[in-house]
Design a binder for this molecule. Structure first.
Ligand code: PLP
Length: 392
């Protein structure tokens, strides 16, 4: 019908006439589903992935959400999960790696993803090699006969390196290796991994999809039908299901996600450009800035940038850092991102890296540009730098 993401977001997965004319599919709370006849019960048993049969398998609300996400990602189907983390873990488990198998995981992935590999998968004998996210086609040399998946995040959500996704796909595809991306940062609005040949795209819908910092939700989109069935079967095997209220909030949020992201992008870039001119800041980590090491790849593959980026401060005391962040009036300090409000979070310890050590001496801070006025946000940071200078 259209390939325009705003139009898809506004309509995908909706069935007003199936819902008494209501525009968005309402919240269906259900565990038991009743079947009117033996034939209907039999049909449901024979087609476990189709239709509404038991609450854990999905309700019209979760199905509508999954349909809408699959349409936006350009996939065959999607599976909703109770959190972004569970979505990442189910995607990893769906690969079916066994003792002796091997995974390649980018060094900059979300910390719980790393934990899952180092604890859960390692305990069952699956070995993980972390690689430089900027390795590009050098990934070839790391592939073993036992490699089952290449897992990456582009950009990483703390240090913002961009991966050469087509190079990873080119290395994986001929060997039957599954490619998995965490696409939470870009969302399909700015990058559609499945169009680039990636097999599985995962999002913490908690972030931009829900968009208002009030629900936990994850979603996995698959490039082909067989993969979707494997992922769905894996989610069922572990007993995971997304709650209908959360799926509803995700569905509601994604309707406005393209419009919100345009604003997040503009404000984020404005702040990033201004931060580059501040003497307290030694580096701004934002792939849409022309000087960024990932800029060329970002420009080649992405259609935009969301509102999340990083800065590295010139070395200052912890007291000076506290003076900067404690007095901020608009920026909140907290984990997560993707909501309507601006956030800043300092990393007091350097990010865990085993392939490429993190060597920046100053504090690393992550900023989420929310939907507030960009000038107000800049003034909030400006006052913060003034306090920092006084405390230094
Ligand atoms: C937040 C986040 C997750 C996990 O999502 P939750 O919903 O918090 O479990 C996964 N990946 C990235 C990149 C994230 O930022």
């Amino acid at each position: 019908m259209t390939s325009n993401l705003s139009t898809i977001a506004a309509h995908a997965g909706s069935d007003p006439q199936g819902q008494h004319g209501a525009v968005n599919t309402p919240v269906y709370r259900a565990s038991t589903i009743l079947f009117p006849t033996l034939a209907a019960l039999e049909h449901a048993s024979a087609t476990p992935f189709e239709g509404v049969r038991y609450g854990r398998n999905g309700t019209p609300t979760t199905f509508a959400f999954e349909q809408a996400i699959a349409a936006m990602e350009g996939g065959c189907g999607a599976v909703s999960l109770p959190s972004g983390a569970s979505a990442v873990f189910v995607a990893l488990l769906s690969v079916g790696a066994r003792a002796g198998d091997h995974l390649l995981v980018a060094d900059n992935v979300y910390a719980p993803t790393r934990n899952f590999c180092d604890r859960a998968l390692a305990a069952s004998g699956v070995e993980t090699t972390y690689f430089d996210p900027r390795i590009g086609s050098g990934i070839d040399a790391l592939i073993r006969p036992t490699t089952r998946a290449i897992v990456f995040e582009s950009p990483g959500s703390i240090t913002f390196e961009i991966c050469d996704v087509p190079a990873f796909v080119a290395a994986a595809k001929p060997r039957g290796i599954v490619t998995i991306i965490d696409n939470t940062w870009a969302t399909p609005v700015f990058f559609r991994p499945l169009d680039h040949g990636v097999d599985i795209s995962v999002m913490a819908a908690t972030k931009y999809v829900v968009g208002h910092s009030d629900a936990m939700l994850g979603v996995i989109s698959c490039r082909d039908q067989a993969r979707w069935e494997t992922v769905k079967r894996t989610a069922m095997l572990y007993g995971y299901c997304a709650g209908p209220d959360e799926a509803y909030l995700g569905l509601r949020g994604l309707r406005s996600m393209p419009a919100r992201l345009v604003q997040h992008q503009a404000t984020g870039l404005q702040l990033a450009e201004w931060l580059q001119t501040q003497s307290e800041v030694t580096r701004v980590l934002h792939p849409a800035l022309p000087g960024d090491p990932g800029h060329a790849l970002w420009k080649r593959d992405f259609t935009g940038a969301s509102g999340l980026f990083g800065i590295v401060l010139a070395p200052v005391s912890r007291a000076a850092l506290a003076a900067f962040v404690d007095g901020l009036a608009i920026f909140g300090m907290g984990w997560s991102w993707g909501g309507h409000e601006s956030l800043i979070v300092p990393y007091l310890r350097p990010p865990t890296r085993t392939a490429v050590p993190w060597t920046e001496p100053g504090f690393l801070l992550r900023i989420h540009a929310g939907l507030e006025d960009a000038g107000d946000l800049r003034r909030d940071l400006e006052a913060g730098f003034e306090r920092l200078r006084k405390a230094a």
